[in-house]
Design a binder for this molecule. Structure first.
Ligand SMILES: C[S@@+](CC[C@H](N)C(=O)[O-])C[C@H]1O[C@@H](n2cnc3c(N)ncnc32)[C@H](O)[C@@H]1O
Length: 331
């Protein structure tokens, strides 16, 4: 069993946390129940990777009428981009899982708008990964079924089985010198510990192309049932390929805690922000979970084949409630 220290406390004063990478055995995870538009608790240039999925703009089921207007959503993205720029180290990545959203028959260009906002806030646009969900999980909806009822032109309303993962890199001194990232700045032991299985999952699971086949979290009675959670595999690939062991991964829209759980299992520290304090027990339970990997050829999400020899990772979890939790969306 993992030795865990769970703390839930109210914030007394704001003292900023920062991080340096080390190969420590025990990882540290700090969750703030607070509005991430201002991450007052996180020091400038102290985070090595951001992996997140902002609330989907007024998504019909999960986030219906969540935002007062599209401008309110864009304003949240603007504030978030500025904060991510401040807390990330130069040359490091922010990965934003989002997608264009169809609301009341109108498609909102979220991917384009988020890209523009990040580019205007000191980030370089690096990648656009398409996350493709399996066909088997999509049923013909009332929308796409219209053409079956009316098999004529102009009844085309396709179902969406993809989402986007946008990857932005914070511009900094290395960028000015023409480099994306200074690989020499990483200690050789940390590099070794962070080595990827290039001939294994990278090649076999097609991580090397910009369309990623990943199964979505199914709407069953799981701990994430009230959260639009992404699958473990999404942060798993990004954290492995874009950060080193002992570094700090931040998720400003933590939801059920997927990013922190995966960071822990991969020997990284994490910081999460979540506005909804009802999710505290979900986050605690999720972070305690293990990752499930197939034995022979490591692959995620094969429940029956948990790696037995893997010893549970030791971690420390601290949940801090900021004094005032603001309503993030309507202002
Ligand atoms: C799409 S969900 C994230 C799901 C997460 N990736 C997971 O796997 O569980 C977005 C989350 O952002 C939270 N949120 C919305 N606005 C916020 C803000 N300003 N600060 C912090 N959290 C916020 C919502 O409560 C919601 O839980």
């Amino acid at each position: 069993m993992a030795r865990t220290r769970k703390i839930l406390k109210r914030q007394q004063t704001v003292s900023r946390i920062g991080a340096t990478a080390s190969s420590q055995e025990k990882t540290k995870h700090t969750i703030f129940i607070a509005d991430s538009r201002r991450m007052l608790e996180v020091a400038d240039s102290s985070v090595h990777l951001v992996v997140t999925s902002p609330p989907y703009y007024n998504a019909p089921y999960d986030y219906k009428d969540y935002f007062a207007s599209y401008e309110a959503f864009l304003s949240l993205m603007q504030d978030s981009a500025q904060e991510m720029k401040r807390i990330l180290q130069d040359g490091r990545m922010a990965c934003i899982n989002c997608d264009d959203m169809l609301v009341d028959g109108e498609k909102y260009p979220i991917v384009a708008d988020v890209t523009k906002i990040f580019m205007e806030n000191g980030f370089k646009y690096r990648e656009h990964i398409i996350w493709k969900k399996p066909m088997g999980y999509v049923r013909i909806s009332r929308r796409s079924g219209v053409l079956i009822q009316n098999p004529y032109p102009m009844y085309f309303y396709p179902d969406n089985i993809t989402e986007s993962i946008l990857i932005f890199q914070k511009k900094g001194e290395e960028e000015k010198r023409g480099n994306h990232f200074n690989h020499q700045s990483i200690d050789s032991k940390i590099r070794r510990l962070s080595q990827l299985d290039a001939r294994g999952e990278y090649l076999r699971e097609n991580w090397y192309v910009n369309v990623w086949d990943m199964t979505n979290v199914l709407p069953l009675n799981r701990i994430e049932k009230d959260v639009a959670a992404f699958p473990d595999e999404l942060p798993y690939r990004l954290i492995k390929m874009l950060s080193f062991v002992g570094e700090t991964v931040l998720d400003p829209f933590l939801g059920s805690g997927t990013t922190s759980k995966v960071a822990k299992e991969l020997g990284r520290n994490s910081i999460g922000y979540e506005i909804d304090e009802k999710l505290i027990p979900v986050i605690q339970a999720k972070i305690a979970q293990r990752l499930r990997l197939k034995k022979k050829y490591p692959k995620l999400l094969e429940p029956e084949m948990l790696l037995e020899s893997e010893k549970a990772s030791e971690y420390e979890l601290e949940i801090i409630k900021r004094k005032e939790v603001e309503n993030p969306v309507t202002k």
